[in-house]
Design a protein around this ligand. Structure first.
Ligand code: ATP
Length: 296
């Protein structure tokens, strides 16, 4: 991509004591596009999100928002503007909702705080609009409490809150992994629609390369704190170069073989070789236009 990214990590490293969580990680998020950050548990995906949420400071490298280094944000107003623009949707749709408040309150509060909507009628109208935008029935949903909604509905409320504050970037950390399979697609479709219609930029964090393919224009594959392969989704999925990407793709269940679990299809030799290859720091090779691999 040549246009300026709205948010980027530039050669970011992060150490927690002796644990090297991230090493030389660069990613770019663009309006109206989604980047999937894919990798197994412990590969560093959440640490990337925490750095973007300003919860951790990078040990090396920079976070750039609209081209500006966020370490240089001046004063509370600039920091608040960043916190408004960059929002997170978590894995657990219940954890981020307060059980003692109605859904109305959850949406109205950010509107009053961030958008400065004080007029009661205007506030109510906007809450109803946002509930409708996330495909929830406004009249019946607004007076309910979080426990009265399904997991999928709660995740929609969380998404409506990102709209309420006027988010430009959404960091979604496994947003559907705690939902029933049958309702995951609806939530993914909603994220896709927000990206398309509102031009929001998405970082979609997942261990599941199959859903990454469904939602994201670009994929970055992480292993042990490093991005080992990245590029346009089609290119990475159709012609994976790095042994670790090949391993992730081989673990996607094959619909032609419904009675074989993904694990039973894995060649254990390949698993060992893929992990070894991912540990090595090689140079970066360009496979095609926007498709790169860290050579082992
Ligand atoms: N606050 C912390 N203190 C110490 N080590 C940490 C901290 N946060 C993360 N780590 C370590 O950094 C590495 C990357 O963790 P991270 O949570 O980013 O991985 P992940 O890919 O998001 O995994 P998961 O999918 O399980 O959330 C791991 O080795 C983890 O133990």
């Amino acid at each position: 991509m040549t246009a300026e990214p709205i948010l980027a990590l530039e050669r970011v490293g992060k150490s927690f004591g002796s644990v090297r969580a991230l090493d030389d990680v660069s990613i770019e998020l663009h309006p109206g596009r989604a980047l999937a950050l894919v990798g197994e548990s412990g590969s560093g995906k959440t640490t990337c999100a925490r750095i973007l949420m300003l919860q951790h400071k990078p040990s090396e490298g920079r976070v750039l928002f609209k081209g500006e280094d966020v370490a240089k944000l001046h004063g509370t107003a600039e920091t608040l503007a960043y916190r408004r623009a960059v929002q997170m949707v978590f894995q657990d749709p219940f954890g981020s909702l307060n059980p003692t408040h109605t859904i109305f309150h959850h949406i109205a509060r950010p509107l009053a705080l961030h958008a400065g909507l004080a007029d009661r009628r205007a506030l109510r109208g906007r809450v109803m609009e946002l509930l409708a935008a996330v495909e929830l029935d406004p009249e019946s949903t607004a007076p309910k409490y979080p426990h009265q909604l399904s997991g999928g509905q709660r995740q929609r409320v969380n998404i409506a809150r990102t709209l309420a504050v006027g988010a430009e970037v959404v960091l979604a950390d496994e947003p559907t992994s705690m939902l029933d399979v049958s309702i995951r697609l609806g939530v993914l479709n909603l994220l896709e629609r927000m990206k398309r219609e509102r031009g929001m930029a998405f970082l979609y964090i997942t261990h599941d390369i199959a859903t990454a393919r469904y939602v994201a224009e670009e994929i970055a594959v992480m292993y042990a704190g490093r991005i080992v392969e990245w590029g346009d989704t089609g290119a990475v999925v159709d012609a994976p170069q790095h042994p670790y990407t090949q391993l992730l793709l081989s673990a996607v269940p094959d619909p032609e073989r419904p009675f074989h679990g993904a694990a039973s299809q894995l060649d254990t030799g390949l698993v060992g070789r893929a992990r070894d290859a991912a540990r090595l720091t090689g140079g970066i090779r360009q496979v095609a236009g926007n498709h790169f691999v860290r050579a082992a």
